[in-house]
Structures are given as structure tokens and as C-alpha cells.
Design a protein around this ligand. Structure first.
Ligand code: URP
Ligand code: ZN
Ligand code: ZN
Length: 461
């Protein structure tokens, strides 16, 4: 690969912004400075007036995942292509373990597909279903293979019991792993769902009412209590409610290694979407909550109590969402967002709601730190992979699904105005997206093994 120099741009880090030139050689950032003298054979990329950002790392995606009676619409190729178009250069996908399957086997099964298809780098979290008959001990083997994060669901038909959740939390401490949790109270969800269906209350609004604020908040508190009792680190995925946010803040103030992720859909929309004609397209779990919760999440981001922002990308076709036109329980849960996260968070920075550094911190730098990728990803620093995004703060875009790059036929983000936009994306120094055009290659994305995770305080060192 020829040398590349990114010249004259403003580099954004998680702590500040400064003018600098970046030299890229053999897929890595090898020098950062000012006024580099010309070499002989380098390609110079003029970045004047632009910001230079680390590619985002999406910590939460479900690509080609069997769920809700179908398979999520984006596979590893279309999902990662869509990611690249929005400035995301690494994705974490959730592998759903089959019953009886060891964790290394689950990893090998999915990596065989991802390796053929992904256009940007990727890693995995392992979804825990079954830890019986010694399978729990294979968690350690997965850590050794570079996957030290596991997710338990407190809901859905594949959710784990409280006992299994506690066991894996305990195990995680021994082996250098982090447990992520989808926290909602399953009993409550089932009770409300049954009641509404029996009463003929079947619209998508009742999806929201069947999983009200406290159903998520109570489960957050329970999960935190168990993690605290073991002094085990815990990562709450897609946090959407204030009660849970408050519990996270309290645990962190007490010094416990409790971390929370939220998603752009919870930051931009409120539960009012479930009154719209297209409400079923917004059906995801946990559902989007009210304004009080939304404000608490933004506050959590600004104060550092939300550690990461990720998409929970889990798209379905309109025809599949339509299965639940007359019965909300038939709507596959999940929305697309992989292409919209970084542009949206950066737009919020451009509008002054957060700083650009905060957007980089929660979408890239913290994700790399918490999941053990910070030796290669998550920042514009010498020695890291040249996963670089050129961002034009003056380019305004109105989101339209027809201009997006995934396989889904609609987006909940349709019509949302974005101030500033990523105009070019480089994956390990290779241009893969520029001005609306995709240049990447299927299979060029590599599995990135993560380091073991040892988190003993709420600080990410
Ligand atoms: O509705 C959602 N979030 N679907 C994806 C699966 C999950 O719960 O993360
Ligand atoms: Zn979930
Ligand atoms: Zn999810």
C-alpha cells in the first residue's frame, strides 16, 4: 500500500481537537505531526476544513440473526457496508449460542460466515443460552480466542434464568470477561402482554405499555444488585429508562464497575412514535421511552455515566413488521441504525448538544477500551489501525432510506436532518466509502480478537 498523508484536517480525540497531519503506512497510523515534508510516493488527501475522526465501533449489532420468526435483514456484507457508509469501521455482532453448543463452536460457526462477507473489521459478543454440562467452562476458551464478552437476556424465549445469570457473572470474574445484559422483567412483560391481548388492545402502542419504564428499571436494579454482590463488572446494553440510569449512577458513585450503553433511537425519539401510523416500525425492546428518560440519558452521556452509544441494529422488512398490524406480539423486535449512529451523534455535537470529543469517546474510544480493542482501534493515535473518517461539518443531509446502503426497505430515521456528515471512510488505510459511493470489498473485514477484560472500577483506566 502506498503511503497516505491526511493533510490539513482537525483531528478529534476523546479529549480534544487539534490541527495535524497523519501518515499511514501498511494499514497503521505511523506518524502524526504538522507540515510533513513531502515523501516521493505518497498519496496526499486534502483534509482542509474537515475533521479527522477515528472510525466508530458499533458495540451492538444483530446481523442475519434468526429472531421474531425470521432473520434480520442485513447480513455481514450489507450490514458492514451500511456501517462503512456511516463512518463505522468495526462492528460487534451478537452470536446466539445453540442449546448444547460450546462457546468456541458458536464462535467458529459465525466467524466462518463473517470472514467471507464482512467489508469492515468485526468482533463478537457471545449470547448465552445454555451453560449446562460443563459448557460454562468453555467461556474461558472463548476468552482465549479473543471473545471476552458475553450477553445474557432476561427476556425472550431464549432468556436465561436468574441463576444462570448469576453463575456467568461469577465466572466472568475468574476468566477476564464482561457480562452484558438485556434487562427487562420477563414476568411483567408476559403478564401485561396477555392482559392487553385479552382486552383486544393489539396496536403497537401496547407494545410500549406492556414494557413500561419500571419493567426495565426494576430489571436494571436487579442485575446491578447481583453484579455488586459479586463485585463483578456489568455492561447494561440499550439502556432506555431513567430509573435504570439512576441506578447505574448510584452504583458507579459507590465505586462499582457498572457500565451502560444507550442507542440513538432512545436519544432522538420518544414513546410518542408508538402513536404513529408506522408505529410498528419502531417496535424494539426495550421500547423507546418518554421525554424524562430521554433527558436522563443525554445527561448520562454528558456526565460520563453512559459509557458507550451503539445501535442495536436489528432490521426487518416492512412486510415482516406488518405481521403485527393487528397484534403487536407478532412484530419482529428491532430497528436499523448501523448507518445512522455516527452521523447522528456527530450532528448532535455540531448542534452543541455534546462535544465532538464526547461523540468520539462514546462511539469509538470507550468502546475499544471497554471491550479490549484499544491496542488497535478507537482513536487516531500512532500504532493503531488507520480506521479513519473524514467528516465535513458543513455537509447537511436529510436521511432517506433510498440513499442508504443496507438491505432494509425503510428506516425509522427517514426525514431526520443531520448537520455535518462523514464524507470518506478508510478501513486500515483503504478507502472504502467516499461521497455516497462504496469502494470496499466483500471479505476484506478481519476478525479482531479482543484482550481479556478486567474492570474493577467505573473508570475505564
Ligand atoms: O428489539 C430489539 N432490541 N431487537 C434485537 C434483540 C435485542 O433485544 O437486543
Ligand atoms: Zn436486547
Ligand atoms: Zn440487541
Amino acid at each position: 500500500m502506498t503511503k497516505k498523508v491526511f493533510k490539513g484536517g482537525t483531528i478529534v480525540t476523546s479529549t480534544g481537537m487539534y490541527k495535524g497531519d497523519i501518515l499511514v503506512e501498511n494499514e497503521k497510523i505511523t506518524e502524526i505531526g504538522t507540515n510533513f515534508k513531502p515523501w516521493k510516493d505518497e498519496e496526499v488527501i486534502d483534509c482542509k476544513g474537515k475533521y479527522i475522526l477515528p472510525g466508530a465501533i458499533d458495540a451492538h449489532t444483530h446481523l442475519a440473526m434468526p429472531f421474531g420468526g425470521t432473520i434480520s435483514t442485513d447480513d455481514y456484507e450489507s450490514g458492514t457496508r451500511s456501517a462503512a457508509a456511516g463512518g463505522t469501521t468495526t462492528v460487534f455482532d451478537f452470536i446466539m449460542q445453540d442449546t448444547g453448543e460450546t462457546f468456541p463452536d458458536a464462535l467458529a460457526r459465525r466467524d466462518a460466515i463473517a470472514r467471507e462477507q464482512a467489508v469492515v473489521d468485526y468482533s463478537f459478543h457471545l449470547g448465552v443460552k445454555d451453560v449446562s454440562n460443563g459448557i460454562i467452562d468453555t467461556m474461558e476458551d472463548a476468552v482465549k480466542l479473543g471473545v471476552p464478552s458475553f450477553k445474557v437476556f432476561m427476556v425472550y424465549d431464549f432468556g436465561v434464568t436468574d441463576g444462570v445469570f448469576y453463575q456467568v457473572l461469577e465466572k466472568s470474574k475468574e476468566i477476564g470477561a464482561l457480562i452484558a445484559v438485556h434487562a427487562e422483567n420477563n414476568e411483567m412483560v408476559n403478564m401485561f402482554t396477555k392482559k392487553f391481548i385479552a382486552e383486544g388492545k393489539t396496536s403497537a402502542w401496547y407494545h410500549y405499555l406492556s414494557r413500561p419504564e419500571f419493567v426495565e428499571g426494576e430489571a436494571d436494579k436487579r442485575a446491578i444488585a447481583w453484579a455488586k454482590s459479586l463485585n463483578a463488572p456489568l455492561y447494561i446494553v440499550h439502556l432506555a429508562n431513567k430509573e435504570g440510569m439512576d441506578a447505574v449512577i448510584q452504583a458507579r458513585d459507590e465505586g462499582y464497575p457498572i457500565f451502560a450503553e444507550t442507542c440513538p433511537q432512545y436519544l432522538n425519539f420518544t414513546s410518542d412514535v408508538y402513536k404513529r401510523d408506522d408505529a410498528r416500525n419502531f417496535v424494539c425492546s426495550p421500547p423507546i421511552k418518554g421525554k424524562v428518560s430521554q433527558d436522563a440519558l443525554w445527561d448520562g452521556i454528558n456526565k460520563g455515566d453512559i459509557t458507550t452509544v451503539a445501535t442495536d441494529h436489528c432490521p426487518f422488512l416492512l412486510s415482516e413488521k406488518d405481521w403485527g398490524k393487528d397484534n403487536f406480539t407478532k412484530i419482529p423486535n428491532g430497528c436499523a441504525g448501523i448507518e445512522n449512529m455516527y452521523p447522528y451523534m456527530l450532528s448532535q455535537a455540531n448542534k452543541g448538544k455534546i462535544t465532538f470529543s464526547k461523540a468520539v469517546e462514546v462511539c469509538a474510544t470507550n468502546v475499544a477500551k471497554i471491550f479490549g480493542l484499544d491496542h488497535v482501534k478507537g482513536a487516531i493515535e500512532v500504532g493503531r489501525d488507520a480506521d479513519i473518517v473524514i467528516y465535513d461539518p458543513k455537509k447537511n443531509v436529510t436521511i432517506e432510506n433510498r440513499n442508504m446502503h443496507g438491505n432494509t426497505d425503510h428506516t425509522i430515521w427517514e426525514g431526520v436532518k443531520i448537520k455535518g456528515y462523514p464524507v470518506a471512510t478508510y478501513s486500515r488505510g483503504n478507502l472504502i466509502f467516499k461521497d455516497g459511493e462504496f469502494f470496499g470489498d466483500k471479505g476484506a473485514g478481519k476478525f479482531v480478537p479482543c484482550k481479556p477484560i478486567k474492570l474493577t472500577s467505573p473508570e475505564l483506566y
